[in-house]
Design a binder for this molecule. Structure first.
Ligand code: SR1
Ligand code: MG
Length: 403
């Protein structure tokens, strides 16, 4: 592909992004290009460029030198654009069908040009609207199992594993997770964000010494267990879907971490949707049916994940540990227990921390919103404190259904 003469970083705008696309020779007619900045995430600029005559379209994503959700007072490394494009390319080695195609990257400009996925919708929106996705569990379970196994010591030569750990060292983005997921929600810190009506529940949570203790231990795992390459932020806003297709995006939080982390974030966000459906779907029968779908989504994802992981372990395991009889079951049990705890932290921080989820925040009836947020907090606390007591995926699902 052609390249650009631009060398110094400056944030793109609707004019300069067209100039960049011209230098990169992405289209044939630049006079009629339609450009929209469609970024609704917390961190980046996202431009969609469409050539009306040919209907050709691309996404040009650029990291800003600060967190957009807070503003310029929160500086943030541009290196996250490199982490994102490198990790998407790494994921494409195992699951090309589940990531957008990367067409061009420029680390100095913090720019990535990628396939436009506007035929898809963001999973969070689909779930809030009560849509079912028949292939999603199969896709996510396989995607996570392959990423974890193929980037772990169970499969890689130790030199290559350590090279990847270096390539994906991502201190600033990890610090955001260390603070926003594992620390701030458990203390009276100004980044937290919740309505006054939740203060009693929040104070009770802050006074729970066991909860803090367990959350701190989970944070230590996140800090120290460089087991496999993670997406690092696999909530339902990082997944694009259609009925048949699933694409994972926004992997700027990728790093080497504990294996239970990504699947925990996926399940936590499904669980919050499950809770929120009490407000979104008024018809009782329809709601029960949809909640059953969500339970099945968790069950099928977990079963696909474990089946795929075990198959890889048996057939492609290289490290001696994969030859120990029954050891894969121990590894999967430990992933499961970590998953329950990490999911608990995610539910708590999405309810009272800095970054929320629309599933709960969009509940129009304020009293109902508060009631359901209290239920989410209770579930999150239970998962963090009692992760060892939840023995299998059926008990995990029961804990969500009995909220
Ligand atoms: C300042 S970034 C806030 C959150 O948005 C991202 O998607 C991550 O989840 C992060 O914690
Ligand atoms: Mg994101």
């Amino acid at each position: 592909m052609a390249t650009t003469t631009k060398q110094a970083y400056t944030p793109l705008n609707e004019q300069t992004v067209i100039e960049l696309s011209q230098e990169l020779d992405l289209f044939s007619d630049y006079s009629s290009l339609e450009v929209n900045e469609i970024g609704d995430g917390n961190l980046n600029l996202v431009f969609r460029l469409v050539e009306p005559a040919t209907k050709k379209s691309v996404i040009i994503k650029q990291a800003l030198p600060y967190a957009k959700v807070v503003g310029e007072s929160w500086p943030l490394t541009l290196d996250r654009a490199r982490i994102e494009s490198d990790s998407l390319k790494k994921f494409a080695e195992f699951s090309p069908e589940h990531v957008p195609e990367i067409l061009y990257t420029n680390n100095e400009l913090a720019v990535t040009v990628m396939e436009d996925l506007s035929s898809h919708v963001i999973l969070r929106k689909g779930l809030i609207d009560g849509v079912t996705y028949p292939s999603l569990a199969q896709h996510i379970g396989t995607f996570i199992a392959k990423n974890l196994f193929y980037t772990s010591d169970f499969y890689l030569h130790p030199f290559e594993k350590k090279r990847l750990v270096q390539q994906f060292t991502n201190p600033e983005l990890c610090k955001i997770t260390e603070d926003l997921v594992f620390t701030d929600p458990f203390y009276d810190i100004e980044t937290n964000d919740y309505p006054a009506e939740l203060q009693d529940a929040v104070s009770e949570l802050w006074n729970d010494a066991t909860l803090r203790n367990k959350a701190t231990r989970l944070k230590l795992k996140f800090l120290t267990h460089a087991e496999a390459l993670l997406h690092g932020d696999l909530h339902s806003g990082s997944i694009f879907v259609t009925e048949e297709s699933t694409k994972i995006i926004d992997s700027e939080f990728a790093y080497y971490g504990p294996q239970g982390f990504d699947i925990a974030h996926f399940f936590a966000n499904i669980a919050m949707n499950h809770i929120a459906q009490r407000a979104h779907i008024k018809d009782k029968e329809k709601r029960a049916e949809y909640q059953l779908y969500l339970s099945g989504l968790i069950r099928d994802t977990w079963n696909t994940f474990t089946d795929t992981y075990k198959g890889l372990w048996r057939n492609e395991g290289v490290e001696l540990a994969t030859k120990l009889p029954g050891f894969e079951d121990e590894v999967l049990e430990s992933i499961f227990t970590d998953m329950v705890g990490f999911a608990g932290c995610e539910v708590i921080r999405r309810t009272i921390g800095l970054a929320h989820v629309a599933d709960l925040d969009s509940i129009a009836d304020f009293d109902e919103q508060i009631l359901l947020k209290k239920k989410a907090l209770k579930l999150g606390r239970d998962w963090v404190k009692n992760k060892q007591r939840i023995k299998n995926i059926e008990e995990f699902i029961t804990s969500i259904r009995s909220v």
